[in-house]
Design a protein around this ligand. Structure first.
Ligand SMILES: [Zn+2]
Length: 345
């Protein structure tokens, strides 16, 4: 190369490119040596002013210089970009061994877990689910269940009255009367899960609102053995194969005979402990043979038909199942309580 000026530009460019440390430095080089206002561009515009015999060589030298600088800048630019990318990746390394962020899904209330299990057990025995209103008439809640006005059993089932004849049902038993009315003399095998109400002061064992599963079977030749077998199977499915049940004589106005049903204590296996107050048994439900008056009042001939009925407190079963110490926990929505019933993944 003969032109000194071009040699100087090339030399200076080589030094600047070599000294470039960042993409910004190299961009500055590109601007300094290749932009329209650069010295080199100034040299190109000289070409046309030269006499024809000098133009060719000078033009070739300018072109060569420009190509060389362009090539070197591109090379260096790529090199710096790669370096910078590597540095960035190194800085942003993701530690894939860190545990993920935990999703925190809610959990079902144990009340509903137990309710669904109870329903499943009875469906497996051929029962159907029936439903009935929570706002009941006095007739269905009491009278058709053999609890006339002024019957002392009403004192134990004080409730919330809507008016003189309507009230919040105190048990799921009115569904028995509704079902018998609808079935019009045909055999019945139903359960009715649902809310019930009593005028109780809330404490660890009482709640103004609780839930029962009512059971009713009406057919020819139904006897108390059927009731016992049904409840025994329920107890074993719900609480474990080793559980035994026992029937104790009791009194309900709508069943005769009436029984309280106990299961053997899970804590001591029936030997007697604090939990079962030394008896070896824990009460879980009440039931009995449908009272002939109830059958008669609801359109069944007690000479031909018989039946059994039972009512199980759903909270009561959940309390025994999980060792819950306060009935209010079912509706207080304390997530610390509820999260204990999360399904294990
Ligand atoms: Zn016990």
């Amino acid at each position: 190369m003969k032109n000194e000026k071009l040699q100087q530009i090339l030399k200076s460019a080589l030094e600047d490119i070599a000294a470039s440390q960042t993409s910004e430095d190299i961009a500055n080089c590109r601007n300094k040596y290749l932009a329209k206002k650069s010295e080199l561009s100034g040299m190109s515009s000289l070409i046309g002013t030269l006499p024809p015999e000098e133009r060719k060589d000078f033009g070739a030298e300018v072109f060569q210089t420009k190509s060389e600088i362009t090539r070197l800048i591109e090379e260096k630019s790529k090199e710096l970009q790669n370096k910078e990318l590597e540095a960035k990746l190194a800085k942003e390394t993701i530690d894939i061994s860190l545990p993920g962020r935990e999703l925190n899904p809610g959990s079902r209330n144990p009340f509903y877990i137990v309710k669904d299990e109870m329903i499943d057990i009875f469906l497996g025995m051929g029962f159907e689910v029936a439903d009935g209103p929570e706002v009941e008439t006095d007739k269905f809640n009491f009278e058709l269940l053999n609890i006339p006005q002024d019957h002392p059993a009403r004192d134990m089932q004080d409730t919330f009255y809507i008016n003189d004849t309507e009230l919040l049902r105190t048990h799921t038993s009115p569904v028995q009367a509704h079902t018998m009315e609808k079935a019009a003399g045909k055999p019945i095998r139903i359960i009715c899960p649902g809310k019930t109400y009593r005028r109780d002061d809330d404490d660890a064992t009482h709640s103004h609102q609780f839930a029962q599963i009512e059971g009713l079977v009406v057919d020819k030749d139904i006897n108390i053995g059927h009731l016992k077998a049904t409840l025994e199977l329920f107890a074993k499915r719900m609480f474990g194969e080793k559980r035994e049940i026992r029937l104790r004589s009791s009194y309900f106005p709508f069943t005769e005979p009436s029984v309280e049903v106990d299961i053997t204590c899970a804590n001591c296996g029936g030997k007697g402990c604090n939990m079962c107050k030394g008896t070896g048994y824990i009460e879980i439900l009440g039931g009995g043979m449908v009272h002939p008056n109830v059958l008669k009042m609801n359109g069944y001939d007690p000479e031909q038909y018989s039946g059994f009925a039972f009512g199980i407190g759903i909270e009561r079963v959940a309390i025994l199942r999980y060792g819950i110490d306060d009935i209010r926990k079912f509706y207080q929505n304390d997530v610390r309580f509820l999260h204990q019933f999360k399904k294990k993944a």
